[in-house]
Design a protein around this ligand. Sequence first.
Ligand code: OFO
Length: 179
Amino acid sequence: MLSPAMIDRLNEQINLEIYSSHLYLQMSSWCAHKALEGSALFLGQHADEEMMHMRRLLGYLNETGALVIIKGMEAPPSDFNSLTEMFEKIYSHEQLVTSKINDLVHLANTEPDYSTLQFLQWYVAEQHQEEFLFKSVLDKIKLIGTEGQGLFFIDQEIAKLAANSTALETTTMNAGGAA
Ligand code: OFO
């Protein structure tokens, strides 16, 4: 059984994951609009991943008998000055998500709530991977540059990340593992 404070905080996290999905879906559409097809594919996949993060939390709360509350949420930004600015926003959004997961871990540790503490370990590892992923995209953008054909080559590199992510998902599904 979860404390009311923990139920509130897990519900907040559910709504943040939905916002993350909306944000990346919107960014994916901006990229498609700018003919950045690799980035559009990559971010569309990432929007789906965020919904999977949300569903994992929702399933956990449902199992405890707590009620999940889906709230109305603000619209994500829909215009960006550049691909670089967009990925900088993503990186800082993921850092925000990490800080929220850390707060949740702190709450679970201090209550103490060992079941939720164990459940949250997946999110701790996932946030490490997500920050690493988006930092590596920013590093690639810096390395290649966006002048001339740079933007085209960056988009191709990001398309490879989308392909890797699809391959990884297929392997996980074939192995019968939880995504
Ligand atoms: Fe991008 O990790 Fe969930 O929010």
